[in-house]
Design a protein around this ligand. Structure first.
Ligand code: FAD
Length: 370
C-alpha cells in the first residue's frame, strides 16, 4: 500500500490548492520529498537561494500529518528547546506574515492541564475526565492554534508563486548516492545538488536506523458550537493539552468546532499506512475519546461528533526529532511528535541555510551513524 492510499478517516480541514502538473525534471538544484509543512516551508525558504526547487509528494499536498493535525502551535520540541529550535512560534508567525497566509493563526497561549483525583471539582474551571478524575488548569505556556488545512494550502500556493514545482502522486523510492545524489522516483531519477527528505513518519523507508516509531494518532471534531456554549464550557479561548496520562489535547476552531484528540494505534511492522480507521482497536480508542468529550461538561453530553480521523505521527527516544545530513548533500528530518506545527517553520530555515549557504545543521543527536 502506498502512503497516498491510506484509510485514515476525514478531518474537518479543507486543503484548497490547485497544483498544476509540472514536467518531471532530470536535474534540480534542490529536490524535496514530502509536501507537508516541513517540505513546503523548506521549499519556500530554498526558493530564496535557488532557481530550480522541486517537491515530490506521494499523495496530494497535506496528505500526511499536516493535513490531519490538530493545529496547536507549541514552542520547541518534545525534548524541549534544541539549538535552532528555541523560537519556533516566532518562525511560524514570520512565515505566515511574510507570505500573507490566512490560516487563522492566533497565539494567545496554551493551557497545560493535569488530572486531579477526588469526587468533587477542586477549583473551577475544571472538567470531569476518565476514571473519576478532573482536568485542572496548571499553567499557560506560549502557543496557540491555526487551521492546518489553510496553512498547508497557503504554503503550497506561496511555494508555487515563488517558482517551486510541486509534483503530486510522485513517490520517491530511494536516494542513490553520488555527486550529485539522485532521487529514484518510479522508473526515473532526478539528480539534485541537495536532497531533503521531509517525510516525517515515513522516514524509516530512507533512514531505517533512525530509531523512529511511527503510529496513527487519533482525533475527533464536533459540529460547530455556539460561542456562548464554548464560553460556558471554558474551552473556546485557548488550546490545551494534558501534562499527564491519560493524554488529551483539544482546541476550538474559528467556526466553533471542538477538535479533541488522544490515543495511538500501531502496525506491528511500523507501516502506519496499513492502520485503517475501521480497525477494531482504533474504533475502541475513538469511542473512548468520544465518551471523554461528552463527559467534559453537561453542555457536551449530546454533542454531535462529525469527524473521526487519524494521522501519521512519529516518535523517537527522548522526543528528539531527526534533523541530520545523512549522506553528502542529503538531509533528513521528521519525528517531530506533537510539535511539528511550529517546529517545521524553524526546521525549514535551518535546512535552507544548509542548502543555500552551506551552514552545518545543528547537532540534535546521531542519525544512522552520522
Ligand atoms: C491527529 C494529529 C494531531 C496532531 N496535533 C498536533 C498539534 O496539535 N500540534 C503540533 O505541533 N503537532 C501536531 N501533530 C504533529 C504534526 O502534525 C506533524 O509534526 C507535522 O504536521 C509534520 O509535518 P511534516 O511536513 O514534517 O510531515 P507530514 O505532514 O507527515 O508530511 C510528510 C509528507 O511526506 C509524504 N511522503 C511520505 N513518504 C513519501 C515518499 N516516499 N515519497 C514522496 N512523498 C512521501 C507524505 O505523503 C506526507 O505528505 C499532530 C499530528 C496528528 C496526526
Amino acid at each position: 500500500m502506498a502512503e497516498a492510499d491510506c484509510d485514515w478517516g476525514v478531518p474537518p480541514w479543507r486543503i484548497d490548492v490547485a497544483v498544476p502538473r509540472a514536467p518531471r525534471p532530470v536535474r534540480a538544484d534542490v529536490a524535496i520529498v514530502g509536501a507537508g509543512f516541513t517540505g513546503l516551508a523548506t521549499a519556500l525558504a530554498c526558493a530564496r537561494h535557488f532557481a530550480s526547487v522541486h517537491v515530490f509528494e506521494s499523495g496530494a499536498v497535506g496528505a500526511g500529518a499536516s493535513g490531519r493535525t490538530g493545529g496547536i502551535a507549541l514552542e520547541g520540541t518534545a525534548a524541549g528547546p534544541l539549538p535552532g529550535a528555541d523560537a519556533c512560534l516566532d518562525a511560524l508567525a514570520a512565515l505566515v506574515r511574510e507570505h500573507a497566509i490566512e490560516c487563522d493563526l492566533a497565539l494567545p497561549g496554551c493551557w497545560i492541564v493535569r488530572h486531579a483525583q477526588g469526587p468533587a471539582a477542586p477549583t473551577a474551571p475544571c472538567w470531569p475526565d476518565a476514571d473519576a478524575t478532573w482536568l485542572v488548569r496548571e499553567r499557560v505556556e506560549p502557543g496557540g492554534a491555526l487551521d492546518p488545512g489553510k496553512l498547508v494550502a497557503g504554503l503550497a500556493s506561496a511555494a508555487l508563486r515563488a517558482g517551486v514545482a510541486i509534483h503530486e502522486h510522485a513517490r520517491a523510492d530511494a536516494v542513490l548516492p553520488g555527486a550529485p545524489p539522485r532521487l529514484a522516483i518510479g522508473d526515473r531519477s532526478v539528480a539534485a545538488d541537495r536532497i531533503v527528505l521531509a517525510t516525517n513518519a515515513f522516514l524509516p523507508r530512507f533512514v531505517p536506523d533512525a530509531g523512529i516509531r511511527p503510529a496513527l494518532t487519533l482525533a475527533l471534531a464536533s459540529a460547530p458550537l455556539a460561542r456562548a456554549t464554548l464560553e460556558e464550557i471554558a474551552l473556546g479561548a485557548m488550546p490545551f493539552y494534558t501534562s499527564d496520562l491519560p493524554y488529551l489535547w483539544g482546541r476550538a476552531t474559528q467556526s466553533g468546532r471542538l477538535v479533541i484528540g488522544a490515543g495511538l494505534a500501531f502496525d506491528d511492522a511500523g507501516r502506519v499506512e496499513r492502520v485503517a480507521i475501521g480497525r477494531a482497536d482504533v474504533q475502541d480508542v475513538l469511542a473512548r475519546v468520544a465518551a471523554r468529550i461528552r463527559g467534559l461538561h453537561p453542555a457536551l453530553r449530546e454533542v454531535e461528533i462529525t469527524h473521526a480521523w487519524g494521522g501519521p505521527i512519529a516518535f523517537r527516544e527522548g522526543g528528539v526529532p531527526v534533523l541530520a545530513e545523512i549522506a553528502p548533500g542529503v538531509a533528513a528530518t521528521g519525528a517531530c511528535a506533537g510539535h511539528g506545527v511550529a517546529l517545521s517553520a524553524a526546521i525549514a530555515e535551518l535546512l535552507a541555510r544548509w542548502a543555500g549557504e552551506g551552514a552545518a545543521l545543528p547537532a540534535w543527536g546521531a542519525v544512522g551513524g552520522r
